[in-house]
Ligand binder design. Sequence first.
Ligand SMILES: Cc1cc2nc3c(=O)[nH]c(=O)nc-3n(C[C@H](O)[C@H](O)[C@H](O)COP(=O)(O)O)c2cc1C
Length: 168
Amino acid sequence: MNEKALYTLNYGVYVVSTKSKEKLNGQIANVVFQITAEPPKIAVCLSKENLTHALVSESEIFNISVLGECCTMKLIGKFGFKSGRDIDKFKNYDYIIGKNGAPIVTDSAVAYIECKVENTMDVGSHTLFVGGVTEGDLLQKDAPMTYSYYHLELKGKEPETAPTYRKK
Ligand SMILES: Cc1cc2nc3c(=O)[nH]c(=O)nc-3n(C[C@H](O)[C@H](O)[C@H](O)COP(=O)(O)O)c2cc1C
């Protein structure tokens, strides 16, 4: 099997955020995609190792910030390589609270979408959460960041918890 065939699939770069009890948290995810239009539904694939996975399982709500090309490696490093178990990721970044009560990173984001979990599928190392879209709006004007822009322009990597992690 030539694993390079998998590398031809396209993605974006997002923050998936949530709140459970009083804890706000979020993580970078590239496996985020719309699955139906009427009504609109979105699927996100989260590692069982991540705090975000535990909090979305509890709260059954999640929000998506669509990151723009203006987003820095500093933000992606904080949300994508560190765990909310160790730090408060929202400190020093702009965010708003969505109508569903969960945070939305507005720093470097071109749009946001709020979701309520309707279904889950255990896919082994990860869970696929299917959310019904409850709210959404545009934020600043910028090109939405693609996964290939992240790799080619920002020279970004991903941790092993990413569903599309590329072994060396
Ligand atoms: C570019 C990039 C893409 C990622 N995509 C995903 C993803 O789709 N799903 C996932 O579970 N983790 C993904 N990750 C890894 C999580 O963001 C990372 O494990 C994070 O530290 C989890 O934080 P938490 O423990 O606070 O939830 C990605 C990371 C990067 C940098």
